[in-house]
Design a protein around this ligand. Structure first.
Ligand SMILES: CC(C)(COP(=O)(O)OP(=O)(O)OC[C@H]1O[C@@H](n2cnc3c(N)ncnc32)[C@H](O)[C@@H]1OP(=O)(O)O)[C@@H](O)C(=O)NCCC(=O)NCCS
Length: 339
């Protein structure tokens, strides 16, 4: 008997193999069948989406490059999104050029929102994408928890509390949730370039539910920074389970009020979260960012860029990223893909 959806899995397998071949060069990537299975599942999901668009260069059984675009709800807000992914053999310059051109061409029908995820190996395609009004919004960074913690503690161990700044770190309680949400809304409404969706009502409603669940979970790594009764920060690590490509993983979110930014509190926040994640055997921590403080910290913690998130009408110029080694974008202008 045929398993439902297996035709999509079959079609996805050669595309997944190309993706796997590119990603296996990332330092923390687990080159194993479970990683391939994860790519197959994600690509099969996109392939079975009504109205999806797929372009392949070469033999579909052994593609040199592909671009796949499908409508799906956004993770962060639930709003409709045209999600594009593109892949090419990085050692095949003609395939990379075809991929950048095809992604640019397909993106012209973007409506209402568009996001292209591109492996950092294809950073040189960024100028080509810029010619159709696309630009880098953020970069996914992957860090290995235990080595990152060792680097953090080996360099200049940060304090394990924020008492030196007159601040206290506590677990988030249900009665703090509304103040913490107001803080998040205030911070990101004033600075949408660091996370354009983070002050949107849909995202805040989603966060509210997640935080209230976290308050009930004694294992949740969900904290606030307070000064007396005032909430001046909220930060968390959210375990994402054992992923095929990275093993046990977690996301990290940090948000400090402008009043307490710029004083190095980030190092203590990382110390608290990474210590807890390392104790639980969480192998990697992953997350997207454009934030200078996080990119600087990434270098110290030995995190690596894996994916570029490319959107229309970027809020940040490409030069913003080029100063940060960990953005992986220094090479984008060094040898741009021909238009
Ligand atoms: C991002 C955030 C957590 C950083 O925390 P912070 O404690 O304010 O971090 P700092 O500004 O002290 O910067 C951390 C390091 O980066 C360096 N840094 C910050 N901005 C920099 C820049 N533009 N260029 C070079 N270095 C920079 C700092 O010098 C510091 O290094 P040091 O301690 O060795 O001097 C905090 O600013 C914040 O919550 N911002 C708003 C919300 C947000 O953007 N969250 C992240 C979303 S991904």
């Amino acid at each position: 008997m045929r398993r439902p959806g297996s035709q999509w899995a079959r079609q996805a397998r050669p595309l997944a193999a190309l993706r796997h071949a590119t990603q296996r060069h990332h330092p923390a990537y687990l080159d194993r069948p479970a990683a391939m299975a994860e790519h197959v599942a994600a690509l099969a999901d996109a392939l079975r989406t009504p109205g999806r668009r797929l372009r392949i260069l070469g033999d579909p059984a052994r593609p040199r490059a592909f671009v796949l675009q499908a409508a799906c709800p956004e993770n962060w807000t639930g709003r409709p999104l045209l999600q594009a992914s593109a892949e090419a053999d990085p050692r095949d310059p003609d395939a990379v050029t075809w991929m950048a051109r095809t992604a640019a061409m397909l993106s012209l029908a973007r409506d209402p929102a568009y996001l292209l995820s591109l492996d950092i190996a294809h950073a040189a395609s960024v100028p080509r994408l810029a010619s159709v009004g696309l630009g880098v919004d953020s970069v996914t960074l992957v860090g290995q928890t235990a080595p990152a913690l060792a680097r953090l503690m080996g360099h200049r161990p940060p304090p394990d509390s924020l008492h030196h700044l007159g601040l206290q770190v506590d677990r988030l309680r249900p009665q703090d949730v509304d103040a913490a949400l107001r803080l998040k809304q205030r911070v990101f409404a004033a600075a949408p370039q660091w996370a354009w969706f983070a002050a949107w009502p849909e995202h805040l409603a989603q966060t509210r539910g997640h935080w209230l669940d976290g308050c009930r979970d004694p294992h949740a790594l969900l904290f606030v920074v307070r000064q007396g009764p005032r909430i001046l920060g909220v930060f968390e690590a959210s375990p994402q389970g054992d992923t095929g490509a990275w093993g046990p993983s977690a996301g990290i979110d940090l948000c400090l009020a402008p009043e307490v930014q710029g004083q190095g509190a980030i190092w203590t926040l990382y110390r608290i979260l990474l210590t807890a994640l390392a104790r639980r055997g969480v192998r990697v921590f992953r997350g997207g960012t454009a934030q200078p403080g996080v990119l600087v910290a990434a270098e110290r913690l030995g995190r690596h860029p894996t994916t570029l998130h490319v959107r229309p009408a970027p809020r940040l110029p490409i030069e913003h990223f080029m100063g940060f080694k960990m953005s992986g974008l220094g090479r984008a202008h060094a040898r741009p893909v021909p238009g």
